[in-house]
Design a protein around this ligand. Structure first.
Ligand code: F6R
Length: 608
């Protein structure tokens, strides 16, 4: 999703803006641009597509100037063209913006009435015309004009403004979408996250919702939503300035799939004492074990991790669990019981729908626990307690290692709560601790099937539609498998609960539709075996992901199989995630898609 950066500096801004944008690339974008003050005038360079196009343009037509703003745009209003790319500008002001100005049409009509001419199809352009209107026709100063304009916008936004002739001023605002202020030596910065600023400074202040900030080279003045001057703490961030490489892998996604034994191990080390095998979750400032209800909310892959955890919390902890996608949950005014706990799962910690769902639950008196990968993220900051996943930065847009470390953390949490509630005994707890600690080694065994999965990807890549089936905790895994395939190979895929097949989806089965079935040896094994037989009886082409027991039982019936390690059913979702990731990856490579930055997708989804 859009990334923004601003520099009010003493050295040339443009190369450093581009470097910052490179660090924001992981969020996903389809055009990019920068603007600087050149002898007091606003000058822009913008380009469709990748940053290399902008880079080329800047090589042909360099931009001087020490004050500037930069943007990677993920199109919402108006196509991904150069004309719609940010920065948007008038003669007097330029802006980069992340989010959506929801009342832009109304403002555009008003400003058109005042004689302003719009050049793009974006919502963003109203920002510069409105500020210019306040400057030109109301005689306001840049600070007054900006403050007045911010009060007119509805929706979520983070933005940075620079002004012609104003070398000592850059203004940033945060309304629902993150914005960080960086403190340098004689320079100041603004950006979507600390990662973009890491080569420039490690002194960061995260603005709070509704804040806006005046930034000169030497100081900042932060205002809250009512314009009162406020103090916000400046922290030393641990975010690394090093750019993350692919370490010889062809794509970040493949590297991140292969990192899973390591990062699952790191996450286990955070939550299980490797010496004693006991779970070591931190004390929470609320009674999780005594919760009347657990409400789990997340988006996309993180939601599927929560969906797997629902099975775990129900069986291991006997606690009532509701799980929902954040974009639905946040608007459906769910009644939440006193004593309830709400659990939010997010790799980025910035997903707007998840954040708004969190705020809803807070207003309903729920205690807030979150599982996030990005330590300094907004979701982490707004939670009562946080469990971090130890995945490290995930660059590929398709979530892989974040998912399995979320599952790892959730498994540790479910077992801990289960034991505290007396729903499982000490022996079962130790069995699970042992099974979990085996996962890194077993995950490495699963990765050894990579070549076989690559061969099978050839078959999948020729399909128009693919089905994924599973039961119990393998049902969310089927949904996740289908999501992975869809998002990076653009092949239509659906995940179904295997038992639901005969209630409709079975009509889709023919010998053109690969059906990928996840069948570990668990309590539902025989039920899934029957579902596989139903598919085979209708000439379905089944790819079986199973352990030896399943392979022995079904190998004569199915078209292809991959043998996975036998394991405690509880940890099966962690292992079965890997072949579905690899299958999607190799299929996407065969289809020639942009694996790490699939079309239309963003890594950090900061609009709703
Ligand atoms: C899919 C994927 C997305 C994210 C979703 C939530 O591979 O990556 O579905 O899982 O956008 O993102 P976070 O976890 O950052 O809240």
């Amino acid at each position: 999703m859009c990334g923004i950066i601003g520099i009010n500096g003493i050295h040339d801004a443009s190369p450093r803006l581009v470097e910052g944008l490179r660090r924001l690339e992981y969020r996903g974008y389809d055009s990019a641009g920068v603007a600087t003050l050149v002898n007091g005038h606003i000058e822009r360079r913008r380009a469709e597509g990748k940053l290399s196009n902008l880079d080329m343009k800047l090589r042909d037509q360099p931009l001087s100037g020490t004050v500037g703003i930069g943007h990677t745009r993920w199109a919402t209003h108006g196509g991904p063209t150069e004309n719609n790319a940010h920065p948007h500008a008038t003669k007097r002001v330029a802006v980069v913006h992340n989010g959506i100005i929801e009342n832009y049409q109304e403002l555009k009509d008003e400003l058109t009435g005042h004689g302003y001419v719009f050049e793009s199809a974006t919502d963003t352009e109203v920002i510069v015309h409105l500020v210019t209107y306040y400057l030109d026709q109301q005689g306001m100063t840049p600070v007054q004009a900006s403050a007045a304009a911010f009060k007119r916008f509805t929706g979520a936004f983070a933005l940075v403004l620079i002004f012609a002739g104003e070398h000592e001023l850059m203004i940033g605002a945060r309304h629902g979408t993150p914005l960080a202020v960086g403190y340098g030596d004689g320079e100041m910065y603004l950006a979507s996250d600390a990662f973009a600023l890491a080569p420039l400074t490690n002194r960061i202040c995260y603005l709070e919702d509704g804040d806006w900030v005046e930034v000169s080279r030497a100081a900042t003045i932060v205002h809250d939503a009512s314009d009162a001057v406020v103090d916000r703490p400046v922290k030393t961030t641990a975010v690394s300035g090093a750019l993350i490489g692919k370490d010889g892998y062809r794509h970040y996604m493949l590297k991140e799939i292969y990192e899973q034994p390591q990062v699952i191990g790191d996450t286990l080390n955070a939550y299980i004492n490797p010496e004693t095998g006991t779970f070591t979750l931190p004390d929470f400032p609320f009674d999780l074990a005594g919760a009347s209800k657990l409400t789990i909310v997340a988006c996309g892959t993180a939601y599927y991790a929560g969906f797997v955890a629902k099975y775990w919390f129900e069986t291991l902890a006997r606690i009532p669990v509701e799980v929902d996608i954040a974009s639905e949950f946040r608007y459906r005014e769910a009644p939440l019981p006193p004593g309830g706990i709400a659990l939010f799962i997010s790799q980025s910690g910035e997903t707007l729908d998840t954040l708004e769902a969190l705020r809803y639950c807070k207003r309903q008196g729920q205690k807030i626990l979150s599982i996030v990968n990005a330590p300094e993220s907004t979701i982490a900051r707004e939670s009562d307690a946080v469990l971090y996943t130890m995945a490290g930065p995930e660059i590929g847009v398709a979530s892989t290692k974040a998912f399995t470390t979320q599952l790892t953390t959730l498994a540790c949490l479910a077992v801990t709560v289960g034991r505290a509630r007396g729903a499982i005994d000490q022996e079962r707890m130790q069995q699970i601790a042992h099974a979990l600690r085996e996962v890194p080694a077993r995950a490495a065994d699963v990765l050894a099937h990579d070549e076989r999965l690559k061969e099978l990807a050839q078959e999948v890549s020729e399909a128009r539609d693919v089905l994924y089936l599973g039961r119990g905790a393998m049902y969310p895994l089927a949904l996740e498998g289908a999501l992975k395939l869809k998002e990076i190979s653009y092949i239509h895929a659906e995940g179904y609960a295997a038992g639901e097949l005969k209630h409709g989806p079975i009509a889709l089965i023919d010998d053109n539709v690969p059906v990928i079935v996840l069948v570990p040896s668990d309590a539902l094994f025989e039920k899934v075996v029957s579902n596989v037989q139903e598919v085979c009886a209708r000439s379905g082409k089944v790819l079986l992901l199973a352990d030896r027991k399943g392979i022995d039982k079904l190998k004569d019936k199915v078209r292809w199989s991959v043998e996975l390690p036998a394991c405690d059913p509880l940890v099966a979702p962690l292992l079965y995630a890997i072949p579905v990731q690899l299958l999607a990856y190799h299929t996407a490579v065969l289809k020639g898609t942009d694996v790490d930055q699939p079309r239309n997708l963003a890594k950090s989804v900061t609009v709703e």
